[in-house]
Design a protein around this ligand. Structure first.
Ligand SMILES: CC(=O)N[C@H]1[C@@H](OP(=O)(O)OP(=O)(O)OC[C@H]2O[C@@H](n3ccc(=O)[nH]c3=O)[C@H](O)[C@@H]2O)O[C@H](CO)[C@@H](O)[C@@H]1O
Ligand SMILES: C=C(OP(=O)(O)O)C(=O)O
Length: 418
């Protein structure tokens, strides 16, 4: 497995183009199973997770192209089986998104229990609560979950927590249910709106996505459709922090600035200058980073998927800040690695107290999850010497050509066999 080597780099400068959003394309790919005709997706990021989801869809009988120039085609005239292979589900939790579409189209789905991961246990009880409310019989066996229904009937579903995945899965299941489904305390993330837009183009009737109440009026059938995936707000935020932490001047292109409000707000509080254009952001470091507290929350709060990267920034800030993680119970695995690089971070329950240090030093570290890996790259950009990051497959799940994009901005980064 090739490790990523990051050497201390000067201020990053130039322009970087953001790819389509991983967290939008994965549920949208699952949703293609709802139609018997061809779906064409544009701006699909050529990521490992997209490859895995393509294999998952193929396992059910879909013909899936490879991603070329951002285009991915999926055609599923017939679902040939309704049981997901364990090897694939084990690789990627988002495979669980196929449960809603399979239930809607075939009335049955059997998926191996998606495991937890480094950031938390990540149960799926809310997804199942939604399927049950629509009339599905849910059986949890040893290591698998099976849902079955002769007919799905619209109902009200209140989510105890605005889970992104549960909102998406229930929304997809409800598209062809009889009558109206109302999801209350729904997640409001931009990726939910993107999925709803895609479903509506397929002929669904979904209203209210982006608010806490989503109404889905069931329809007879859905057709294949064409859709352009939204830009990845987390990839964008990561490059914004790269500009800020190196005291650089970077234009981050292909973004929806309104999706980045909490990230823009926190970076501005940290003293970074940000100039907003319609679909780009210029991020200009000011030499000093102010310490600012941050609490992760469901959208429109500060995204948990940016917590590790923001913590890397705070590790080099002027004073002390508190980073509170409220979405996942165990998303501080990067703290130990950042501390190995000379950071001063103490964990107290769900909070991390980050005291900025004058300098960090490169050493061997491990990416424990996708965003932890990104945080280590960011820290590596300002660390003395070389930072060697292992377990880089986590990073490749969610960042398109991260070394190339950073190198084009002037970063000194490469891959080497570890
Ligand atoms: C592929 C994808 O889109 N992944 C994103 C999605 O993950 P994902 O959809 O898994 O995240 P959720 O919003 O569902 O999870 C948030 C919290 O709810 C809990 N929970 C969730 C479902 C459930 O049935 N029961 C339950 O207790 C989880 O354990 C977690 O503590 O949203 C997260 C929160 O913004 C992001 O970090 C992930 O990058
Ligand atoms: C946690 C993440 O993704 P996933 O839900 O796919 O694990 C992420 O994108 O940071």
């Amino acid at each position: 497995m090739a490790n990523i080597l990051v050497h201390k780099s000067g201020p990053l400068k130039g322009r970087v183009k953001i790819s389509g959003a991983k967290n939008a394309v994965l549920p949208i790919m699952a949703a293609t199973l709802l139609a018997e005709t061809v779906c064409v997706l544009e701006d699909v990021p050529p990521l490992k997770d997209v490859e895995v989801m393509s294999d998952v869809l193929r396992a059910f009988g879909a013909e899936v192209s490879s991603v070329q120039d951002g285009i991915l085609e999926v055609n599923t005239p017939k679902i040939t089986q309704t049981e997901a292979p364990f090897e694939l589900v084990q690789k990627m939790r988002a495979s669980f998104f196929v449960m809603g579409p399979l239930l809607a189209r075939c009335g049955v789905a059997r998926i191996p229990m998606p495991g937890g991961c480094a950031i938390g246990a990540r149960p799926v009880d809310l997804h199942l609560k939604g399927f049950a409310a629509l009339g599905a019989h849910v059986e949890q066996g040893e290591g698998f979950i099976e849902v079955r229904a002769d007919k799905l009937i619209g109902n009200s579903v209140y989510l105890d927590f605005p889970s992104v995945g549960a909102t998406e899965n229930i929304m997809m299941a409800a598209t062809m249910a009889e009558g109206t489904t109302i999801i209350e305390n729904a997640a409001e993330e931009p990726e939910i709106i993107d999925l709803a837009n895609f479903l509506n183009k397929m002929g669904a009737n979904v209203k209210g996505a982006g608010t806490d109440t989503i109404r889905i009026q069931g329809v007879e059938r859905l057709e294949g459709s064409r859709h352009q995936v939204i830009p990845d707000r987390i990839e964008a935020g990561t490059y914004m922090v790269a500009a800020a932490i190196t005291n650089g001047d970077v234009v981050v292109e292909n973004v929806v600035p309104s999706h980045l409000k909490p990230i823009i707000a926190k970076l501005k509080e940290a003293g970074v200058v940000i100039e907003e254009e319609e679909d780009s952001l210029r991020v200009i470091g000011q030499g000093k980073i102010n310490s600012v507290d941050v609490t992760t929350l469901p959208y429109p709060g500060f995204p948990t998927d940016m917590q590790a990267q923001f913590m890397a920034l705070m590790a080099a800030a002027s004073d002390t800040s508190v980073v509170i993680e409220t979405v996942f119970e165990n998303r501080f695995m990067h703290v130990a690695e950042l501390n190995r690089m000379g950071a001063d971070i103490k964990i107290e329950g769900h909070s991390a107290v980050v005291t900025g240090v004058r300098s960090l030093r490169g050493t061997k570290v491990m990416a424990t999850d996708l965003r932890a890996g990104a945080a280590l790259i960011l820290a590596g950009l300002i660390s003395e010497g070389t930072t060697e990051i292992g377990n880089t497959y986590h990073i490749d799940r969610g960042y398109v050509e991260i070394e190339n994009k950073l190198r084009q901005l002037g970063a000194n980064i490469s891959r080497a066999e570890g």
